[in-house]
Every structure is written in structure tokens, then in C-alpha cells.
Design a protein around this ligand. Structure first.
Ligand SMILES: Cc1cc2nc3c(=O)[nH]c(=O)nc-3n(C[C@H](O)[C@H](O)[C@H](O)COP(=O)(O)OP(=O)(O)OC[C@H]3O[C@@H](n4cnc5c(N)ncnc54)[C@H](O)[C@@H]3O)c2cc1C
Length: 442
């Protein structure tokens, strides 16, 4: 039976994150956004509060919470600041390849460090010349005895300036595209690793984003997440599990925008009455709520699939591009409802707008999600109804009234239906010959 009721545990996790968002994140978010700085004390506090690393499997001492819990937590944190939520969530993104890989020794080594010492791990596929086209990466991993030598640059790396480790995707040969990609856990405090300056961004300025440069960085084979040829699939599997959470960033940010718009609607008066009295604006908030509720359901469904062990790829993409686009629409309408104030830095909506704008870009742009979903429809989708040429469209005669031996013949080109024991010599509409006709009744 389908059930949308959260368990008591899930409600407790949601409430805990909600409390943290209101008491720890909200009071500082605008200040650090303005300073364009990541407040490390909030990231530490999130770790102390147990809101980071919730997905480390029980076998390695973690809580082993599911994707649904991750989605619940993220909605709450992002409702206070999507930038900080991104930096808090980044450990989950960075560790997902480690969860998915089969390198037991590496798991035994790294997970306890994250759990007990609060170590951070970031995720690095993108490069200065490549983001969407993951197979086009150039960062080189050259086999060298028992090790690999890494040379190249990763760009746009969330938490790259503050993480202890990175899950780095590289290639043994850029020309071999998918076949050459491998992945490693790379300690970032070793010779040859240079962290770039924080990239100045439009929004999510509370999250740290830098380039990482590798020059002859020695990575032992024990740190392998995926051997050459298996890295691309690992990256895709990672995204399939993290995209519902990106949708949840949108749900949280949109929810806050809607609440601010409601507040303003109730308090602001024009032409002698509150804004809330105008149906044009009531329709706006109804649609905002509709989009938020729809987005949340899509994110929950994709997370639920993943937690049941199903492949969530398609629903993850749908939830990501629907929820993140809907979120921007909601935030934009909230800004409109707040009028001129909405456009100022003294009102909170402009930060929500800047923060939300990123969601359509990272972890696979909206366009890439559409490519994935369209690819599924074109290659794997099984239609329920017959194909066009097999559709028995009877316009003039009830099939029950056909005489014995009579049949309906459908022209496969223009759709004309002819009744008789045989197809006509030629279609009277499109003039295609008899061979264009197909019997559509037995
Ligand atoms: C703040 C921030 C944080 C990030 N964090 C991380 C991180 O932690 N780790 C990491 O690895 N990466 C990270 N990224 C990178 C992010 O995932 C990429 O920016 C994103 O995947 C898009 O890649 P790109 O910027 O190279 O755009 P491009 O791939 O150059 O694409 C440019 C535009 O063309 C469109 N496009 C590309 N190909 C097609 C196509 N075939 N059909 C139609 N449209 C297409 C894209 O949708 C986009 O609109 C981050 C990015 C930002 C901005």
C-alpha cells in the first residue's frame, strides 16, 4: 500500500534539521552571504548536531539513513540557506562513490575518519573545460608502479577549499572518453595539490567553491574507487542518488519564498485593501504551493525508489529538473509580490533568488536532465497503447456492425479507414497504394 506518512524517526530528523536551520543557520546566513564567506563554525555545528554523514552505512559505524531522510533534512536546511545547505550536504555527495564502490579497505579507513573526526570529502568531476560532458574530462591518471600520478585541474569544486579528501574522477587517456575514466579518494593535504581561490559567485556565497590543481600527485591503488573504464558509470550512479536531494534544495528555498510572500501579502495594502484580497495574487500563491507540493512528492518518490534498491535514474532526473525549475519560478513570483522591496538587499528574497538560480546548473544542468529523460523515452519506454498504425480508429462504423468477411483497413500514411473485405487499390486521400493499408480489426 502506498503511504505518504513519515515515520516518527523521520519526523524527528526533519524537526531536528528544522530547529538547526532556524536557530543556527538563519541568524548568520545573510551576513556571510554578504561577506562571500563560508562560516566554518556552522559546518562544524552541523557535524556536532549529527546532521552530516547520516548516510554512512551501519556496517562502518554510521547511521545508514536513507535518501528519503537526506531529502527531508536538506529541505529544512535549504529553507534557511541553500548555500550553507550545499556545503553541509557536500559530504554526502563526496562519499557517495565510496558507498557505491567495492573497495572495502578504503571504506574501513575513510568512513571512521568522517564519523569520528569530522573529516570532509568533496566530489570532483568537473573541469575548467568540461562539466556536462563528463566523458570529456582531461585530468590525467597515469599508472606508475603500484600508484597513479594525477595531473590536471578540477573546477567548481564545492568545499574544495576546506575538505580533507576529494573523490576525484580522472582519465588514463582523454581520447578514450568513457572507457578511460577512473576514480580515487585523494587526500588534499599532500604535495602537488593546490587549492584555488574561492570562485566569486552570484549566489550560494556561503558555500565554498574552488578549483583543485594536481601536479604529479601520487595516489596509491588502495585509494581506487573505480578502475579505468568503470569511473563514468560510478559518477552517473552517484548523480542518480544525489539529484533528488538537489530537488529538495529547491523545495526548501521555494517554501521559504512562499512564506515570505504570504507574510507580505497579508501586511501590505494597496487601493484600500490588503494585497491578500486580490484574486490575481491569490492565484500566484496557490500556484506557488502547488509547485512546492508537486516538487516534494517527486523528490520523495525518487528517494523512495533508491531506498528500495531500485534504479532511481529517471525519477531522480525528473525530480531534479522539475523541482529546481519550479523553485526558481516560485522565488521569482515571491520577489514580484514583494514589489520594489523584493529587489533590494534589505529584503530576503533576492538572496533566495540568487541561491536558487544555481540549482538548475550543478549536478547536471536542466538540459542534461532532459537529455536523460528523453533518452529513456526514446529507447526504453514501453507504451501501453498500440502504435499509431495499429490503432483501431473507427469513425464511421461500429466494429460490431461489420458484415462477415468485412474488415477495417487503416492507411498507415494518412489514417483513412476503409471498410471491406480487401484494402482499396489506392487511398482516396493520400493516393498511396494498397500496400499502405493495414487491417485493424480481426
Ligand atoms: C557553484 C557551483 C558548484 C559546483 N560544485 C561542483 C562540485 O562540487 N563538483 C563538480 O564536479 N562539479 C561542480 N559544479 C560543476 C557543475 O556540475 C557544472 O557547472 C555543470 O555540470 C555544467 O557544466 P559546465 O558549467 O561546464 O557547462 P557546459 O557543460 O559547458 O554547458 C553549458 C550550457 O550548455 C548546455 N549543454 C551542454 N551540453 C548540451 C547538450 N548536449 N544539449 C543541450 N544543452 C547542452 C548546458 O546545459 C549549459 O546550459 C559546480 C558548479 C557550480 C556553478
Amino acid at each position: 500500500m502506498l503511504n505518504f506518512e513519515l515515520s516518527d524517526d523521520q519526523k524527528q530528523w526533519r524537526d531536528k534539521a528544522r530547529d538547526f536551520a532556524r536557530t543556527a543557520i538563519l541568524p548568520v546566513a545573510w551576513h556571510y552571504d554578504h561577506k562571500d564567506e563560508t562560516p566554518m563554525q556552522i559546518l562544524d555545528a552541523a557535524y556536532q548536531a549529527g546532521l552530516v554523514n547520516t548516510d554512512i552505512p551501519k556496517a562502518y559505524g554510521g547511521l545508514g539513513l536513507g535518501l528519503l531522510e537526506s531529502v527531508l533534512l536538506t529541505e529544512e536546511l535549504a529553507a534557511a540557506c541553500a548555500g550553507l545547505a550545499t556545503s553541509i550536504f557536500d559530504n554526502s555527495l563526496g562519499m557517495e562513490p565510496l558507498i557505491l564502490c567495492d573497495n572495502e579497505g578504503l571504506k574501513q579507513r575513510i568512513f571512521p575518519e568522517m564519523l569520528d573526526q569530522g573529516k570532509r570529502i568533496c566530489f570532483a568531476t568537473s573541469e575548467p573545460t568540461m562539466g556536462s560532458d563528463v566523458a570529456g574530462m582531461r585530468c590525467l591518471a597515469t599508472p606508475d608502479g603500484e600508484d597513479y600520478l594525477l595531473n590536471g585541474t578540477k573546477y567548481w569544486i564545492t568545499n574544495g577549499g576546506i575538505a580533507d579528501y576529494a573523490s576525484v574522477f580522472a582519465t588514463i587517456d582523454p581520447k578514450s572518453r568513457h572507457e578511460g575514466i577512473c576514480a580515487f579518494v585523494v587526500p588534499l593535504d599532500q604535495p602537488g595539490v593546490t587549492r584555488g581561490r574561492p570562485i566569486p559567485k552570484l549566489g550560494q556565497r556561503c558555500s565554498n567553491t574552488v578549483g583543485l590543481h594536481f601536479k604529479d600527485v601520487r595516489v596509491p591503488k588502495e585509494n581506487l574507487l573505480a578502475e579505468p573504464g568503470k569511473g563514468f558509470v560510478l559518477a552517473m550512479k552517484t548523480f542518480a542518488r544525489t539529484r533528488p536531494t538537489i530537488g529538495a534544495f529547491g523545495v526548501g528555498a521555494a517554501r521559504t519564498a512562499m512564506e515570505l510572500a504570504l507574510d507580505y501579502l497579508n501586511k501590505r495594502r494597496t487601493f484600500g485593501m490588503p494585497l491578500s484580497g486580490y484574486q490575481a495574487l491569490q492565484f500566484k500563491i496557490a500556484e506557488m504551493y502547488q509547485k512546492i507540493e508537486t516538487s516534494r512528492l517527486l523528490c520523495w518518490k525518487a528517494a523512495w525508489e533508491a531506498d528500495r534498491g531500485q534504479d532511481p535514474t529517471i525519477d531522480a532526473s525528473i525530480s531534479k529538473f522539475y523541482a529546481t525549475e519550479a523553485a526558481l519560478e516560485v522565488v521569482d513570483e515571491a520577489l514580484q509580490i514583494c514589489g520594489g522591496y523584493g529587489y533590494t538587499q534589505m529584503f530576503p528574497v533576492e538572496k533566495l533568488w540568487r541561491d536558487t538560480r544555481l540549482l538548475r546548473i550543478y549536478e547536471g544542468t536542466s538540459e542534461i536532465q532532459r537529455i536523460i529523460v528523453a533518452g529513456h523515452l526514446l529507447n526504453n519506454y514501453t507504451p501501453v497503447m498500440p502504435s499509431l498504425e495499429d490503432l483501431p480508429v473507427h469513425l464511421e462504423r461500429d466494429p460490431a456492425d461489420l458484415a462477415p468477411g468485412e474488415q477495417a483497413w487503416r492507411c498507415r500514411i494518412c489514417g483513412h479507414v476503409h471498410y471491406g473485405s480487401e484494402a482499396p487499390d489506392e487511398c482516396p486521400y493520400c493516393f498511396f497504394p494498397q500496400s499502405a493499408f493495414k487491417a485493424v480489426t480481426a
